[in-house]
Design a binder for this molecule. Structure first.
Ligand SMILES: Cc1cc2nc3c(=O)[nH]c(=O)nc-3n(C[C@H](O)[C@H](O)[C@H](O)COP(=O)(O)O)c2cc1C
Ligand SMILES: CC(C)(COP(=O)(O)O)[C@@H](O)C(=O)NCCC(=O)NCCS
Ligand SMILES: [Mg+2]
Length: 406
């Protein structure tokens, strides 16, 4: 399911065009696809005819959910395929790259879709060579690599060790993680949350009155989802506990869907245990009907079934988990209609938070919007941030939270 909200959020998503060539290490390209996807990157694959002898395009099509280009004249729907591919790329990664493709690109030869695209793109080129040791050390290859290097291509050097022909020497495809890291680096994606666990709550909760009605609020989930997406991009292992929203799950994020505050509490409690950073961006309903009727309440019935709804308080997820924190950095949100900063300062103490992100709500502000103005309130400082997109804000919040990590 996609909607306008997702389109806005996905505008920030980067595309890696992954070129796969006729090398025995081509099967490792599947893992490269997954590694980039887990970091929130969109991957599109172009392969040589010879690469398709090693791994079929079907595998990449299923992994990427995108068409996979092989021949220059294959795609009847796209008359100038090499140019559209070239333009889509934020980075053109070729991994594994044969001696042949290195030689062709170094000399501007464009006799198939992959090499024509390489000539047509202005995206940075990242190349991970893999070949037999003698091919790698051959003067022609050394010279071609040197030429591409001078032209600004980034090489991820081949490793030393076992080769498929039984030789031992330099020519092994670099480690998949190193290829993924170098590519993300080239994309300008920070990886400062690698190895960290981040849990985020997002969206509203809904509290049933009867099987068809509920009490809820206007939270769209955009802020929490933006933080989850940003944290995943920065390398974190992310759990997003989400109330019902109309946003699609960010790539590479572990989703836990909940409806009521009590369900959200249970899910958040579990994710909190191992979290390094816990961010409570959900708008949790403070109260719920004491009892949800088992049948749809009727109007015009004697004793007015629709009369008064008896409310009870929901658990305070932030305060309860904040009080339990050990190593966790706890970030709370304060959505206030008045006295925003004063209320945030109170919350910082009462909820045992390290940081409160405060914003003003009501009058069409914050809820559902794509940008916001917030204050960062911690026990040293009150900082008002300029108006910015929720996508940018997500990175600001993570930058701030990281400062509290031990
Ligand atoms: C089993 C097998 C393994 C190969 N492995 C490599 C390799 O690791 N690196 C390489 O540069 N060429 C390798 N080749 C040779 C290439 O497939 C050959 O040069 C081909 O023309 C490359 O086509 P492409 O660069 O258009 O994909 C291998 C060939 C075969 C049959
Ligand atoms: C074949 C393989 C992928 C095996 O990797 P592995 O040892 O990690 O299982 C690795 O040796 C490699 O990247 N080889 C590329 C060069 C090569 O072996 N070409 C074939 C002719 S020697
Ligand atoms: Mg509240």
């Amino acid at each position: 399911m996609t909607n306008a909200n997702d389109a806005a959020a996905n505008a920030a998503q980067k595309t890696v065009l992954l070129g796969v060539t006729g090398c025995i290490a081509a099967y490792k390209s599947c893992e490269i696809v997954r590694g980039l996807q887990k970091a929130g990157v969109r991957v599109k694959v172009v392969m040589t005819e010879h690469a398709a002898e090693f791994v079929g395009p079907t595998t990449f099509r299923a992994l990427t959910h995108e068409t996979v280009a092989v021949g220059l004249f294959d795609d009847p729907s796209d008359p100038i395929h090499h140019v559209s591919l070239a333009q889509e790329a934020d980075v053109f990664l070729i991994a594994p790259c044969t001696a042949n493709v290195i030689a062709k690109i170094a000399n501007g030869i464009a006799d198939d879709l992959l090499t024509t695209t390489a000539l047509a793109t202005t995206a940075p080129l990242v190349i991970a060579p893999a070949m037999n040791v003698n091919m790698y050390e051959n003067g022609a290859t050394r010279y071609n690599i040197g030429k591409l290097h001078i032209r600004g291509a980034r090489f991820i050097d081949a490793g030393d060790g076992y080769l498929a022909c039984g030789d031992v020497g330099k020519g092994r495809l670099a480690e998949v993680d190193d290829i993924v890291s170098a590519t993300l680096d080239e994309l300008g994606v920070k990886r400062d949350l690698a190895g960290r666990r981040v849990m985020i709550t997002a969206g509203p909760t809904v509290e049933p009155i009867d099987p068809v009605r509920y009490i809820s609020n206007h939270s769209s989930g955009k802020t929490g989802y933006a933080i989850a997406r940003a944290a995943a991009l920065r390398g974190a292992d992310v759990t997003l506990v989400s109330g019902p929203v109309s946003l699609s799950a960010p790539q590479g994020v572990h989703m836990v869907h909940v409806r009521t505050a009590r369900d959200m509490f249970t899910a958040a409690e579990e994710a909190f245990e191992d979290a390094d950073i816990a961010i409570f961006a959900a708008a949790v309903a403070d109260m719920r009907p004491r009892e949800a009727a088992a049948h749809k309440l009727k109007k015009g019935v004697a004793d007015a079934e629709l009369g008064t709804i008896d409310l009870v308080e929901n658990p305070d997820i932030l305060a309860t988990l904040g009080a339990r924190k050990r190593h966790q950095v706890v970030v709370g949100f304060a959505a206030e209609t008045n006295d925003v900063v004063a209320n945030a300062e109170k919350k910082l103490v009462s909820k045992h938070a390290d940081l409160v992100v405060a914003n003003e709500v009501g009058g069409g502000r914050a809820f559902g919007a794509d940008d916001n103005v917030v204050w960062f309130v911690d026990d040293e400082d009150i900082e008002e941030l300029p108006r910015m997109s929720k996508t940018r804000l997500a990175d600001e919040i993570l930058d701030k939270a990281i400062q509290f990590l031990a």
